[in-house]
Design a protein around this ligand. Sequence first.
Ligand code: SAH
Length: 369
Amino acid sequence: MIKSAAPSLEERLKRMISATGPISVADYMSLCLSDPQDGYYTSQQPIGSGGDFITAPEISQLFGELLGIWMLAIWQQSNRPTPFHLVELGPGRGTLMSDMIRAIATDKEAAKHLHIHLVEISPTLRHEQEKALHGLSGSKFWHESLDTLPEAPLFMVGNEFFDCLPIHQWVFHKSHWHERVIGLDAEGHLRFGLGPLRAISSQQEAAENGAILERSPASEAIMRTISAHLALHGGAGLFIDYGYDAPSYGDTFQAMRHHSYADPLTNPGAHDLTAHVNFDALRKQATEELAKAPPCPMAARPVISQGDFLLAMGLLQRAGQLGTGQSPQTQAKITQAVERLAAPEQMGTLFKCLALMPEKTSLPPAALT
Ligand code: SAH
């Protein structure tokens, strides 16, 4: 008997839409990224020169080392709670975590008490993380969501984590906001369309015809969970991503394949789908939850650019140390990495940092005045 091949994700999406109608951008994004069988993160190895995109820790060890120094300093300034629970959301190939661990292990006490928690949905990437962290300090724990993290002070980091969480989009059309949806055209291809009127919030102002507004309730809910945890137990959080820190309009939903832009509606599950992170919305959620923190006053610091953050953490000094005594080629590579990470026209300005930290900590981003 010939067994028929299981329907592709594209086929399943089309059947679902023709049976029950157009779906939101958020539903499309989450099916394409996390479908257990064909989802992008569940079925592929996306990161690095052979994958679809390169992230800051893959550019240079400088990035992870400086983040490790930041985490270590916050832990030291928080009276060294033990175990030292270091948590990463979406750890990719484990490169950031391994560079952070090396920097943290310069403090013997920290290394001894280190517990590493990796929150990851991809079995393929989890395997890569196990290899990358093999032999490094700390007991390692993997989690599928934040729900199983310990009820204790957590020192949390996430790089390019929030950009892959689903967003909803709304389009302003003839005096009303409509949800942007994905349906089928006459030939049966996936197409964007306007859904029924759907309020974003009662305060949402009118805009120009065609304006697009994005929100990520999934990201906001995760930020609330993180902040509520930090308010109750203490710790800190550092989240870096590309995005914007003032309310704005625009379509940032995009697909990447082999380091170039692709059409997000073709080949569902084969492309990395992302959207710019709305840092303004995330910081508001964090501020509201952290305000409930009487035992350990914490604040969401103003959002700053990745360039400013890394420079304030000593990027140039560390790059100088790393290059000392090396060949001119190695020194040129280090200079190139510094530019990619911090130059305004490269990752320096588009990428931003949101830090949730004890009010009294004296570390970048600068304390609230
Ligand atoms: N932080 C890494 C990787 C960024 S790619 C780096 O900077 O190189 C995004 C990562 O988030 C991947 O590891 C992906 O598998 C993971 N991820 C995506 N959605 C997730 C979710 N809902 N929960 C946990 N991890 C998720």
